[in-house]
Design a protein around this ligand. Structure first.
Ligand SMILES: Cc1cc2nc3c(=O)[nH]c(=O)nc-3n(C[C@H](O)[C@H](O)[C@H](O)COP(=O)(O)O)c2cc1C
Length: 402
């Protein structure tokens, strides 16, 4: 069973994560983790913070000579901005000149956090609810991706829309129709998306989105959007229908929904399947040569809570950024007067980064189910178990019914 915990405040000294449960002898390279950390920082429409930070991981334990030891892996990502916040964020005695924040931003964790944790300073809520924490998740997710590479499972994502601007030819439909290149590899999608400053796959759409971000920014407003995350190379058989919490789709939905500001998750055709006929929703099972295949993948690679072996297709919706330069109404808790919300240095759009984070979350869930099914204390043992299962799988399905 793999698990990870993160710690760290947005303007604290560093973010840390402890990752546990991966087998030994798994190759992990610092550069690979840094590569994905950099990807999380990209995207047109980010605020000033990303110019200050240049995320890079320090591996503190669990890895020797670029290979896992089977022991807990601890990772550290320094916050460069900490230098500017040493007094405001000191774990020591409170300096006298620090002002409490009493004006909550609608759409953020400010008010609920202060109510729940009995804070008299909203800063205490802001610091941990900030999506800065997701850098630690990407570091943990990069370990999961390194593990999955051993089974040729790759993950990729692209931004489908920002501010309601969708592509003319949505790649999502190619995924549903299984109209994909031979040997489709989900990482190719991420590589294509990474070439765009807003991580979309169409140039015209990119131009429109950038224009829209510019005009919304001028008005002091923000935008959200949708993103698509895909995993390819999964074997049939991850997850189960035997219990609600054993279903692969249960965990994927929770993992994507756990990303800050994500308010909707869909697997396969999801919401639109609720509006379609059954005959147009399900993926027909057909025989091609000696194989049983599906021509379409509207199920998004999961049926009965179990992976079908086709790409897993997840779509997420991110709400607009809550911090507004032209703020909306709130109440100052120190005076109980109506007032406009506080401004804080902030992103205008973070859908591209959100998509990158979703890759890590999806990788994590798939790695968890892979290890649950194939186990092993060393990567060699996991691979042996995997090979034995996958080699016999097709014959077993056919033989059992004769
Ligand atoms: C990558 C990323 C960057 C974000 N940057 C900001 C930001 O700069 N300012 C802000 O107000 N919210 C930002 N958010 C959104 C907040 O973290 C989010 O609105 C907050 O956690 C409350 O959302 P919730 O209700 O989903 O928890 C960002 C989210 C993500 C995923």
């Amino acid at each position: 069973m793999i698990r990870f915990l993160t710690a760290g405040e947005s303007h604290g000294k560093a973010l840390t994560t402890i990752v546990e449960g991966f087998p030994s002898n798994l190759k992990i390279e610092k550069n690979y983790i840094d590569f994905h950390l950099k990807r999380r920082q990209m995207g047109y429409g980010r605020g000033g913070r990303m110019k200050i930070e240049s995320d890079s991981v320090e591996i503190l334990s669990g890895i020797r000579f670029q290979k896992t030891l089977g022991s807990p892996i601890s990772l550290l990502i320094k916050n460069n901005d900490w230098e500017n916040w040493t007094d405001k964020m000191t774990p020591g005695k409170r300096p006298g000149n620090i002002e409490n924040i009493s004006i909550p931003r609608p759409g953020h964790a400010d008010l609920v956090g202060s109510g729940k944790y009995n804070f008299n300073d909203i800063r205490n809520s802001i610091e941990r609810s900030s999506a800065r924490e997701t850098a630690a998740r990407v570091a943990a997710g990069s370990i999961a991706r390194s593990f999955l590479q051993n089974f040729r499972i790759t993950i990729g994502s692209f931004v489908e829309s920002i501010g309601n601007i969708y592509p003319a030819d949505n790649f999502l439909h190619k995924l549903f129709n299984n109209n994909l290149p031979f040997n489709f590899d989900a990482w190719q999608l991420a590589e294509d998306a990474d070439r765009s400053p807003v991580r979309v796959l169409e140039k015209k759409q990119e131009e429109k989105i950038i224009r829209k971000i510019k005009s919304v920014k001028k008005k002091g407003d923000t935008l959200g959007g949708t993103f698509v995350t895909v995993a390819s190379g999964l074997p049939l058989g991850l997850g189960s229908f035997v219990h609600y919490d054993k279903r692969l789709d249960t965990e994927i939905a929770a993992a994507i929904m756990s990303i800050n500001a994500v308010k909707g998750v869909e697997i396969g055709t999801g919401f639109s399947s609720a509006e379609a006929l059954g005959s147009k929703s399900h993926d027909q099972i057909i025989k091609e040569g000696n194989n049983i295949i599906r021509k379409t993948n509207r199920a998004g690679g999961i049926e009965g809570g179990i992976s079908t072996g086709m790409p897993v297709i997840v779509r997420g919706a991110m709400k607009p950024i809550a911090t507004l330069i032209s703020p909306i109404a709130t109440v100052d808790l120190s005076t109980m007067k109506n007032i406009l919300a506080r401004r804080e240095r902030s992103d205008f759009v973070a859908v591209p980064a959100c998509a990158v984070i979703s890759e890590s979350m999806l990788a994590w869930v798939i790695a968890k189910f892979m290890l649950e099914k194939f186990g092993g204390d060393s990567i060699e043992e996991t691979k042996d178990n995997y090979n034995s299962y996958t080699k016999k799988l097709n014959n077993r399905i056919k033989r059992n019914f004769r």
